[in-house]
Design a binder for this molecule. Structure first.
Ligand code: NDP
Length: 272
């Protein structure tokens, strides 16, 4: 992999306490960046912070409890980052989770919750960190926003109707943001992921009573699902694989790319 020296740059990763966010925080630390992560669960956050500090004893790391859907939390997180590091260069909007439901079993309330999560997990952190990103861009330095989106945005699944629909809207939002912020030299991109091994899928495995009763291993469970879902590469993605695409889009490696997305779906995308 190309080595980048990100010392002096600050990367903010929402939902950095698990899965893709944690793997992304790790990549930024490896490259020498200062990193701020957030999540809602204090124990999970403390565990992630401990792990990262063990592997990177010199890490410039801030781990803050923050629900990205709470405007006050997000404002407090942004001001903690400003106080600690004095700047933000790259914002990774990653926090969130999917909702498994068909049209028949999605209530109005569930629709609102899902739209709220998908839109405001981007809108709130973007708004809060924009002043710092603008000042980074004014110094002529790389300033970027990258969002974790899903292939469902382009290829909806009926069993995830609300998530798919919200993901499509988010793809449009990201394009609009990219156009609006391009004159200010802030790039905005996203990744479209398929299935990535992460906390969400670990929890589904743990809660699959049949698999647990049969003593099915994690490897066999994910392998069977990959076959059922016809994933051409034959397996789930790893958090590190999503993180590498996020790293590329966040850093100056992708300095001429904005309003775009990278497919990290193992070949599941059917469109040309
Ligand atoms: P994980 O559950 O492993 O990680 C999710 C992270 O987001 C955790 O750190 C979690 O911490 C945090 N989080 C969730 N909600 C909030 C919130 N409201 N405010 C702040 N932090 C929050 O899952 P993934 O790594 O898989 O998920 C990362 C992103 O990728 C999510 O947006 C997810 O929807 C998306 N995605 C994942 C797919 C997959 O197959 N893994 C497929 C498609 C999209 P805490 O719960 O403590 O707040």
């Amino acid at each position: 992999m190309i080595q980048l020296d990100l010392r002096g740059q600050v990367a903010v990763v929402t939902g950095g306490s698990s899965g893709i966010g944690l793997a992304t925080a790790e990549l930024f630390l490896q490259a020498g960046a200062s990193v701020a992560i957030c999540g809602r669960d204090s124990d999970r956050l403390a565990r992630a912070e401990r792990e990262l500090r063990e592997r990177h004893p010199q890490a410039q790391l801030l781990a803050a409890r923050c629900d990205v859907l709470d405007a006050n939390d997000v404002a407090a997180f942004a001001s903690a980052v400003e106080q600690r590091f004095g700047r933000a260069d790259m914002l990774v909007n990653n926090a969130g989770q999917g909702r498994v439901s068909t049209f028949a079993d999605t209530t109005d309330e569930a629709w609102r919750e899902e739209l709220d999560l998908k839109y405001f997990s981007i809108i709130r952190p973007t708004r809060a960190f924009l002043p710092m990103l603008k000042s980074t861009a004014k110094q002529g330095k790389n300033a970027s926003i990258v969002c974790v989106n899903s292939l469902l945005a382009l290829q909806p699944e009926p069993h995830m109707v609300a998530t798919s629909s919200a993901r499509a809207g988010v793809l449009s939002l990201i394009k609009s943001l990219a156009v609006e912020l391009a004159p200010e030299h802030i790039r905005v991109n996203s990744i479209l992921i398929g299935i990535v091994e992460s906390g969400q899928w670990r929890r589904r495995y743990d809660n699959d009573a049949a698999a647990q009763a049969a003593g099915q291993s994690w490897q066999d469970w994910t392998g069977e699902l990959a076959r059922k879902k016809h994933i051409p590469l034959g397996r789930f993605g790893l958090p590190e694989e999503a993180a590498q695409a996020l790293f590329y889009l966040a850093t100056s490696l992708s300095s001429y790319t904005t309003g775009s997305h990278i497919d990290v779906s193992g070949g599941v995308a059917r469109h040309v």
